[in-house]
Design a protein around this ligand. Structure first.
Ligand code: AMP
Length: 268
């Protein structure tokens, strides 16, 4: 094995239950030419009390096999009590955590930013890779790294999708076959809404129509919004640095997805 100390590593933080989205991050990490470290840790502090921490899918043997096939040098798989041996200090990232996932899942981003910061300190990577599937998370980590002067280069990778457009997610395993058949509607509405906004249609009208179509499609929408990528606040002007973000429940499962208004490499 190459020495992690001299070369610096590329870190891919995950919660395991690998799918092609994770494997694509690993591929991109390998393409940096650095040894690849993958962390697999279902982080309790980013789950709310009524969320799916205990039933979140876990399959370390399969993940380890896939990671090895993908050329990962190190898997870091700590126990919760090793990461949090006592009540933990935590990081709160300002502003970009106020809306959307931040307000619907109180404490979620404190859990995410704290565990990612701990992983950065433990692994000391010089590059870390994240998926744009969790767009607000990317913006939160970018802001944490900038605000706290953390010496790591961030890379954000495009969302990997199923053939019908559904964003890959470990939580897709929760979907019944009828829910799975309905699930691609979110991405269809995101891309359709992007086209309509780029055709200069009134944002309020576009967003409302997407909301109604989600409801008609059997979803319980939580947000379908146009956001500014700097502040992660809602805006009503489709610009260069904006994205459409959506979250909706179908049955017991909560799905999130997004599209950038204009594809740019390594956003945000
Ligand atoms: P998770 O294991 O769900 O915490 O995800 C670990 C990393 O994989 C995060 O940076 C996610 O944004 C990223 N990721 C999850 N799903 C996808 C996907 N469909 N495409 C690209 N990246 C993804």
């Amino acid at each position: 094995m190459r020495s992690l100390g001299t070369l610096g590593s590329a870190l891919v933080p995950t919660m395991g239950a690998f799918h092609k989205g994770h494997l694509e991050l690993i591929r991109a990490a390998r393409a940096t030419g650095r040894p690849v470290v993958v962390s697999i840790f279902v982080n309790p502090t980013q789950f709310g009390p009524h969320e799916d921490y205990s039933r979140y899918p876990r399959d370390l043997d399969r993940d380890a096999e896939l990671a090895e096939q993908a050329g990962v040098e190190v898997i870091f798989h700590p126990e919760a009590r090793e990461m949090y041996p006592r009540p933990s200090s935590s990081i709160h990232v300002a502003e970009v955590t106020e809306h959307f996932e931040g307000s619907l899942r109180p404490g979620h981003f404190d859990g995410v930013s704290t565990v990612v910061c701990k992983l950065f300190q433990i692994v000391r990577p010089d590059v870390a890779l994240f998926g744009l599937k969790d767009l607000q998370q990317c913006v939160v980590i970018r802001r944490m790294v900038d605000d706290l002067n953390i010496p790591v280069e961030l890379r954000f990778q495009p969302t990997v999708r199923e053939a019908d457009g559904l964003a890959m997610s470990s939580r897709n395993a929760y979907l019944s076959s009828e829910e799975r058949a309905a699930a691609p509607l979110i991405y269809r509405l995101l891309t359709d809404s992007r086209t309509r906004l780029l055709d200069s249609e009134e944002p309020d009208r576009v967003l409302k129509s997407a909301w109604n179509r989600l409801t008609e499609g059997g979803f319980e929408p939580q947000y379908f919004e146009l956001v500014d990528l700097e502040s992660f606040t809602p805006v009503r002007r489709a610009g260069d640095s904006t994205a459409l973000v959506a979250a909706a429940r179908i049955g017991k499962t909560r799905l999130i997805d997004n599209v950038l208004l204009f594809d740019r490499p390594n956003m945000p």
